[in-house]
Design a protein around this ligand. Structure first.
Ligand SMILES: Cc1cc2nc3c(=O)[nH]c(=O)nc-3n(C[C@H](O)[C@H](O)[C@H](O)COP(=O)(O)OP(=O)(O)OC[C@H]3O[C@@H](n4cnc5c(N)ncnc54)[C@H](O)[C@@H]3O)c2cc1C
Length: 311
């Protein structure tokens, strides 16, 4: 097929989508709510010309419950999570995390799948084209080095999704539909830790749904550091969960190119867990708050989370 500049396609089924992606290859992106990808496109950070709108695919919609899992369709709007009785009763921290995203209008448009897969951010990258040109571009666009670190050959753009830390702390899995078939992986396995290419999946992978294991009796706490209480990306997010087997999962966002995950169990020395989390976070000077302040705040937030869920 000949593809022209700037195309927009809206398939109705997964089968049709798989056929389309095999025609476009690497040269396209999916759009769900569009609140992340379109902002990046109009800022000149995303150079994609071909978009496949997946919002018409019924199979990506809806929240279903079975004995083992709550299965949340990737297209579920962040604002709609609170309408599910099961999520309210069993995973209220997910509603809290979704509520921390952007503003009411964004939450009514943005999807859970898009939030999990939103692009990493950095104050040296999320700028206009002329600004980035003036500083000589960075590794994540057309430059050779990371500006935030004064010339390193690695990118430390921040992983900023607010819902992913809460989901990972509760052992969420994701179902992917790919031209090669279908697979289910742990949510944390989606992320590489490389700020330039932060996802382990190809652009042809469709995130179908998010699976949360039931009957774990999670107790969870969530905190987000930001300059103002709304319309603000995270500078540090902490999510801490403990399940009925007393396994603790601590997840950080906003301080590394991927979610930082630390596991422990009830009775572990909390200071040891906190130090592991601080050491695991490769925060650099690329945020509104300084690196040292954000590292200090990891200790404050984790201590508050531990208190809140009584561990
Ligand atoms: C002003 C503003 C404030 C914001 N504040 C926050 C914030 O506080 N916290 C936060 O986490 N985010 C924030 N965002 C970013 C964004 O709005 C959210 O991350 C949102 O949840 C993205 O979802 P979406 O459906 O709009 O994704 P889209 O923009 O449609 O997609 C994002 C990425 O995911 C891919 N994608 C989406 N769905 C699928 C799927 N099912 N399968 C495969 N690939 C898929 C797309 O190809 C794209 O690469 C903000 C954005 C703006 C503009």
């Amino acid at each position: 097929m000949m593809v022209s500049e700037n195309t927009y396609t809206k398939p109705a089924t997964l089968e049709e989508t798989i056929q389309l992606v095999s025609q476009y290859g690497d040269n396209f992106k999916f759009i769900a709510g569009g609140t992340d990808i379109m902002a990046n496109k109009y800022q000149g950070n995303d150079l994609t010309h071909h978009f496949i709108d997946i919002t018409g695919i019924v199979a990506l919609n809806g929240i279903h419950v079975n004995d083992n899992y709550i299965v949340i369709g990737a297209l579920t709007r962040l604002d709609d999570l609170k309408k599910s009785r099961e999520i309210n009763e069993e995973f209220p921290v997910l509603i809290e995390a979704a509520h921390a995203v952007g503003s009411p209008l964004i939450r009514k448009t943005a999807t859970l799948g898009g939030n999990i897969l939103c692009e990493n951010r950095c104050i040296f990258y999320n700028q206009s084209e002329w600004w980035r040109e003036a500083v000589g571009y960075c590794l994540k666009c057309s430059g050779n080095v990371c500006i935030a670190t004064g010339g390193k050959k690695a990118c430390f753009s921040e992983f900023i999704s607010d819902t992913a830390p809460a989901l990972i702390s509760m052992n969420a899995q994701v179902r992917l539909i790919e031209p090669e078939g279908e697979r289910v992986i742990a949510l944390e396995a989606l992320y590489t830790g490389d700020g330039v290419n932060p996802k382990t999946i190809k652009n042809t992978s469709i995130l179908k749904e998010i699976l949360l294991p039931r009957s774990q009796k999670y107790r969870c706490a969530f905190k987000k550091l930001r300059l103002r209480e709304t319309l603000e990306f995270t500078s540090l997010t902490t999510a801490v969960s403990i399940n009925k087997h007393d396994i603790i999962r601590i997840v950080l966002a906003g301080v590394d190119p991927k979610p930082v995950l630390i596991e422990g169990k009830l009775g572990d020395d909390k200071e040891v867990l906190i130090v592991k989390a601080i050491k695991g976070a490769r925060a650099v000077e690329n945020d509104m708050f300084s690196r040292s302040y954000r590292r200090d705040m990891i200790r404050v937030f984790l201590n508050n989370c531990f208190k809140q869920i009584d561990i």
